[in-house]
Design a binder for this molecule. Structure first.
Ligand SMILES: [Fe+2]
Length: 334
């Protein structure tokens, strides 16, 4: 009866939907049995676990926010060195002072540079993911025991969203782009050819409590592991967890000594490096531009914003086109 009941009644997250076993939405049964079946389903449906396909969908990275100590100095790094264009500046509602500068990476993604970094504060300020339905995600997290705000809010850019803390303490934002929001309003604008990348592929966070992180990202949000690698064969260093309905991912960094970062995809590292070398900002940047091949066999180049936040550039494919298998090294011992 449980199997039959599951096939007939699905919890869609917004109520229950009737289905027949062959996928036909018309209910086909003896009408005299209907009251009995309805009574049984009323008991059975609430205890049937929410199927993965019914979990609120995470589509990809919306934005990465960094906190900085001198907003104009950092804005120059992202504008004059990385070549992004400002979409907007937002002020603090309390006192009207500048709060952030938003740089568009694509019509779907952006980098937000927040003012007000204090000594010792985490510089990777927010990792924001795009969702299909922010309220459904808020309710889903609340139902699973996570602390969430009482309601979804509409921000200054008129998108819907809310923030939570992940088990490692990072601020995770869920954003739903609205038809009247500035993301959609500015489609096709602020996307100059000078920009170094057209896609944020991942954020990297330090994870020391693996079980808690896996529960949050895997069990609750539906991220799936896509790759794991080690700096050596003896110990695991990174685990990539891909969003359920897109290609972006979060990188768990298992070494507590490293610092968080985010990664911009570049199709050709040598061309990207040449762009940086020829930029007007290059004379202000005092670090070498070193292209190296990572353990994942992809070309990479690390940049550091004026407060030291690492911005990783990475090619999408391995140097020889052959995928690198996941490491079998054990997790680090705390
Ligand atoms: Fe990375």
């Amino acid at each position: 009866m449980g199997i039959r009941g599951h096939a007939l009644c699905r919890n869609t997250g917004r109520g229950f939907k009737w289905n027949t076993l062959n996928g036909d939405d018309r209910l086909q049964m003896n009408p005299h049995l209907l009251p009995t079946v309805l009574s049984l389903l009323a008991i059975l449906c609430p205890v049937i676990p929410l199927p993965a396909q019914e979990r609120p969908r995470i589509l990809g990275i919306s934005h990465m926010a960094v906190k900085v100590s001198d907003i104009e100095r950092s804005a120059s790094f992202y504008r004059d060195f990385l070549g992004f264009a400002e979409q907007c500046r937002l002020n603090n509602l309390k006192d009207g002072s500048l709060m952030l500068v938003c740089f568009k990476v694509s019509d779907e993604q952006s980098i937000e540079v927040f003012t007000g970094l204090r000594p010792g504060e985490e510089r990777l300020h927010q990792l924001a993911y795009c969702v299909h339905d922010a309220e459904a995600m808020r309710a889903h997290l609340a139902k699973n025991g996570f602390k969430v705000p009482e309601s979804v809010g509409k921000g200054q850019m008129k998108n819907l969203g809310f923030t939570v803390r992940d088990p490692s303490g990072y601020t995770i934002e869920f954003v739903q782009y609205t038809p009247d929001g500035w993301t959609r309003r500015d489609g096709g604008k602020f996307l100059p050819d000078t920009r170094i990348s057209k896609h944020i592929t991942h954020g990297g966070v330090v994870v020391t409590e693996m079980a808690a992180a896996m529960h949050f990202y895997g069990d609750i949000l539906g991220f799936k592991e896509s790759w794991r690698g080690g700096a050596s064969n003896n110990v695991l260093s990174w685990i990539n967890m891909k969003v359920p309905a897109g290609r972006d991912y979060v990188e768990f960094m298992l070494d507590p000594k490293v610092t968080p970062h985010f990664c911009l995809l570049v199709p050709d590292m040598e061309k990207a490096k040449a762009k940086l070398e020829n930029s007007s900002y290059r004379s202000k940047y005092d670090k070498p531009l070193e292209v190296r091949v990572g353990k994942n066999r992809k070309r990479q180049l690390n940049l550091y914003d004026p407060d030291g936040t690492r911005v990783e550039l990475m090619e999408p494919d391995t140097v020889d086109g052959v995928p690198v298998p996941s490491s079998k090294a054990p997790l680090p011992v705390p």
